[in-house]
Design a protein around this ligand. Structure first.
Ligand code: PLP
Length: 390
C-alpha cells in the first residue's frame, strides 16, 4: 500500500535513491539470512550483489541473456545455434521458455530425465555425459539450471556435484530455489544449498514461502557486471552525475524493464515485522504441519506418500488396488478425488504426473494455516475417498 500510494518510479538510482539503496540492503539481509556465500553480497566486496525482480521467469531470462552474450562476444554471433541449455525433466518450464525467448533454438534445450531412485534429483554424471556428447557433435554447453525444491514434487538437485560439472565445462550455473529458498534460513535445511558457492546466480521468491506479497523475486549474482554488460543502455535522457561517476547501482541495467517499483519496501517490512526468529518459526511451523499431514496419510492404508517429503509439500495418492483398474493406475480415481476436494470449496490442491502416476500435491505456505485446517482437510479427503471407493 505504501509503495503504490507513493507511486515511487525507480528507473535508476537518481530517480529514487531510497528505493535503490534499500533494495541493496534487503538483498544483503536476505543473503545473510540464507547463509549465502559473501561473494553474492554487496558487502562481500567481491563485486557480487542482488536485485529484486517480479518473478523467477524474469530472473532466468536475464541470467540466460548474460550467459548468452558472454558466449557470443567470445565466439561470435553465429554460434547462437550451437548454444545448449541443460536442466532436469523436473525443472520449471520457465527455463525452457526463457531459452526460447533469448534465441536458443528449442531443439538445443536438454531436459535430462530423473527418476524415483534419486528422489527426482538430477544426476551430475548424466549432465556431464550429455555435455560431452553435445561437444562431440559441435555444440557448446552454455547454461545449467539446478533446482532446490522442484515445483511438482519438491526434489533437490545436488548443487555441489552439478556446480563442479558446470565448472568443468565452463557453463553458467544457475540455482532456482523459487519455493524452497526460504527454508535456507533454518540451519536444518541449509545443507540442501551446499555447493551454492559454485553458482553464477541464484534466485528465490519471497512471494512464495516468505510471507511477502506478489510480486517479489530475489536474484543474486556472483558478477552483476556480466548482467549489466548484457542489459545496459545509456540513452542521453537518463544521463546523470551519479551514474557517470559510477558511484551508484542503476537497477534498470539488472532487469528487462526500465521502470521499477519500490519492491524492497515490502520485503523490508516483512523482515522487520517478523524478524529472523519469526521467519524461521514460520518455515518450521509449515514443515511441521506438512509432516503431520504426511503421518496422517501413512496411517490410512488406502493411501501412499509417493515422493519423500522434504519441505512443506506432500505428494500422495490413493493406491492403485483400491477402486482403480490396473490400466489407468489409479489415475481416474485420484483425479476424481482431487476434483471433489477442490469443488467442495474447502481446500484447493493441485496435481502432478510422476512416472505416469497421478499425484495429489498438498502444499502449505500461507500466513494463517494451522493444525485444525490440516486435520479438517485430511478428514475431507478421507470422506471423499470413502465415497469414491464404495
Ligand atoms: C514457482 C516456480 C517458478 C516460477 O516462479 P515465477 O516467479 O512465477 O516466475 C520457477 N521455478 C520454481 C522451482 C518454482 O517453484
Amino acid at each position: 500500500m505504501l509503495c503504490t500510494g507513493f507511486n515511487v518510479v525507480g528507473f535508476n538510482w537518481i530517480a529514487s535513491p531510497a528505493a535503490t539503496e534499500l533494495e541493496s540492503i534487503v538483498m544483503d539481509w536476505m543473503a545473510k539470512m540464507m547463509k549465502l556465500p559473501s561473494k553474492f553480497l554487496f558487502s562481500g566486496g567481491q563485486g557480487g550483489g542482488g536485485v529484486l525482480h517480479g518473478s523467477t521467469c524474469e530472473a532466468v531470462v536475464c541470467t540466460l541473456a548474460a550467459a548468452r552474450d558472454k558466449a557470443l562476444n567470445k565466439f561470435g554471433f553465429d554460434c547462437i545455434t550451437k548454444l545448449v541449455v541443460y536442466a532436469s525433466d523436473q525443472t520449471h518450464f520457465t527455463v525452457q521458455k526463457a531459452s526460447k525467448i533469448i534465441g536458443i533454438p528449442p531443439c538445443n534445450f536438454r531436459s535430462i530425465p530423473t527418476s524415483a531412485s534419486s528422489g527426482y534429483g538430477l544426476h551430475a554424471d548424466d549432465v556431464r555425459q550429455g555435455m560431452k556428447v553435445d561437444i562431440a557433435q559441435g555444440f557448446m554447453p552454455l547454461y545449467l539450471c539446478a533446482t532446490v525444491g522442484t515445483t511438482a514434487v519438491g526434489a533437490v538437485d545436488p548443487l555441489l556435484e552439478l556446480g563442479q560439472v558446470a565448472r568443468e565445462f565452463g557453463v553458467w550455473f544457475h540455482v532456482d530455489a523459487a519455493y524452497a529458498g526460504s527454508s535456507a534460513i533454518c540451519p536444518e535445511f541449509r545443507s540442501y544449498f551446499d555447493g551454492v558457492e559454485l553458482a553464477d546466480s541464484i534466485s528465490m521468491n519471497p512471494h512464495k514461502w516468505f510471507l511477502t506479497n506478489m510480486d517479489c523475486c530475489c536474484l543474486w549474482l556472483r558478477s552483476p557486471a556480466e548482467l549489466v554488460d548484457s542489459l545496459s543502455t545509456n540513452p542521453e535522457i537518463l544521463r546523470n552525475k551519479a551514474t557517470d561517476e559510477k558511484e551508484v547501482v542503476d537497477y534498470k541495467d539488472w532487469q528487462i524493464a526500465l521502470s521499477r517499483r519500490f519492491r524492497a519496501m515490502k520485503l523490508w517490512l516483512v523482515i522487520r515485522r517478523y524478524g529472523v526468529a519469526g521467519l524461521m518459526e514460520h518455515i518450521r511451523s509449515d514443515v511441521g504441519l506438512a509432516k503431520h499431514f504426511e503421518k496422517l496419510v501413512r496411517m490410512d492404508t488406502r493411501f501412499e506418500v509417493v515422493v519423500p517429503r522434504r519441505f512443506s509439500l506432500v505428494c500422495f495418492r490413493l493406491k492403485t488396488r483400491f477402486g482403480a483398474t490396473s490400466d489407468d493406475d489409479g489415475l481416474k480415481t485420484n483425479r476424481r478425488l482431487l476434483d471433489a476436494v477442490n469443488s467442495s470449496g474447502r481446500a484447493f490442491m493441485t496435481h502432478a504426473l510422476i512416472d505416469g502416476k497421478f499425484v495429489i500435491r498438498f502444499a502449505i505456505g500461507t500466513t494463517l494455516t494451522e493444525m485444525c485446517h490440516v486435520d479438517a482437510t485430511w478428514k475431507l479427503i478421507q470422506d471423499i475417498a470413502t465415497g469414491l471407493l464404495l
